[in-house]
Ligand binder design. Sequence first.
Ligand code: PGA
Length: 244
Amino acid sequence: MKKIIVANWKENLSVKEALVFAKRLKSGKNQAIIAAPFTFLPALEKSKNIKLAAQNVSAFAGGAYTGEISAKMLKEAGCSFCLVGHSERRIYFQESDEEINKKIINLLQYDIRPILCIGENKAQREKGLANNILEKQLLLGLKNIKDVSKILVAYEPVWAISTFQKSGVKYSAKDTDIIAAHSFIRNFLAKKFGAKARAVEILYGGTVNPQNSKNILKLNEVAGALVGGASLKVSDFNAILKNN
Ligand code: PGA
């Protein structure tokens, strides 16, 4: 089955490097989506085998909000997807579930598919609160949204994201943890949103790399991956794209 592989470049690379990456990208079995910095978007729009995502969007539709980029502007720049609520934004920029919800509503108005990132941190997991956190982030993030069929959810446990692991060998979540969290999310969405929730793709993110991607992507519960560190080298990303 075709899976969705999202590259999250974060605040890395340059337009020139991005264009080289796009040229070397192999159209694999899976669908590549590149979440690029805003200034790369116009240059990447012409690349045929890429679908474009932004990494963030304004919570406001437009107006006097210096420094913000609206959903309408992202549409104009060729984005069909946008990350929302990535843990780095929640942690470093104090993004709240309420803001995340506004962003999702704005994106849907412009037919841009939001990739809602959710996930518990280590302390929350150790206290047995992982599912409570997922439930809260879904409930508030998707408040007042009747049709969730255009939403993608990325389960990204904070403790498994490579850049939050300060030392040692980086590790992803275990298969059993991924299956448990994805099943919880799937059941929660079905209960809350009914049949429309069936279309929601649930991705996994957190230290996905060419070594572990085959194993992760073969899980039925996993519709794809959100890849940070390993998306910066086109050879690694190509390997993930063709894996499964
Ligand atoms: P990682 O990042 O693959 O480097 O763990 C994933 C993410 O932050 O989305």
